[in-house]
Design a protein around this ligand. Sequence first.
Ligand SMILES: Nc1ncnc2c1ncn2[C@@H]1O[C@H](COP(=O)(O)OP(=O)(O)O)[C@@H](O)[C@H]1O
Ligand SMILES: [Mg+2]
Length: 300
Amino acid sequence: MITIRGLRKAYGDHAVLDGLDLDVAQGEVVALLGPNGAGKTTTVRILSTLLAPDEGTVTVAGHDVVREPARVRAAISLTGQFAAVDSLLTGEENLHLMARLAHLSRAERRTRPAALLELFDLTDAARRPVKTYSGGMRRRLDLAVSLLSRPQVLVLDEPTTGLDPRSRNALWAVIEDAVAAGTTVLLTTQYLEEADRLADRVAVVDHGRVIASGTADELKRQVGAAQVELTTPTGVERVETDGSVPDVRRILADVERRGLVVERWQVRTPTLDDVFLTLTGQPADAVPDAAPTRTLQETR
Ligand SMILES: Nc1ncnc2c1ncn2[C@@H]1O[C@H](COP(=O)(O)OP(=O)(O)O)[C@@H](O)[C@H]1O
Ligand SMILES: [Mg+2]
């Protein structure tokens, strides 16, 4: 459903995308996981025809983004990183307007706006102009708008950055719902937990290229085994484990035999943060972008 080959984009002599490749099959959920400045938004903007690539090919639903932009736009629904709703209209008006523009059926135009307002906890604010909304409320409305139609391809650029936990759960539920209905999803995220939770496959992006890809489990396996972590009065001791009950029992029995005083213990499986550290030698910088006006972000 999405094919990206050798994608390059530079600003001056700064190569933002440096030969990025990606495939997303129909019905798949793929997460582009990377720190601030990795090139996620640039990829998404090219994919949704908002920005022209320098080199490489990108097709969406079989259509080339450069040669057939209108067809690409018909297949895609994009939620940008920053809210894009009309602030003079009310939340409800924004949804009704977009429902008409998206050619929803009459029945859906009646039911879907209200359902999405409810889902994103905006029912009470539905009749207020958006200019009175908080940043989080605008973000939720923006998501509601992009989820109105049931697009073939849903592209979400850092969808949960700045959302409270309740709205994040609501969003995850809507995404899962869209996927169950056959929608293909590409999302970008700095949240390792989010990639793990939602994506069938994770592509780790750094400096404009995919440096690793696979299921969250495959990536975790690259980093190495799980460990039993024992906190003793003198420090932390780690013992590798396959995570099975007999193996953990064996390790704990050994601890008792040695008479080790253990204050706390846990089985620690690698996180995607560990994956990033292993792949790049640097931790994933997970500081979210908060300022809606900031369009140029500095690389680490
Ligand atoms: N219009 C632009 N002009 C100059 N540099 C840009 C522009 N847009 C993005 N960049 C730079 O490209 C890099 C990647 O940006 P972006 O794709 O937004 O990364 P991400 O979404 O992963 O945080 C950053 O270093 C950013 O500063
Ligand atoms: Mg971005």
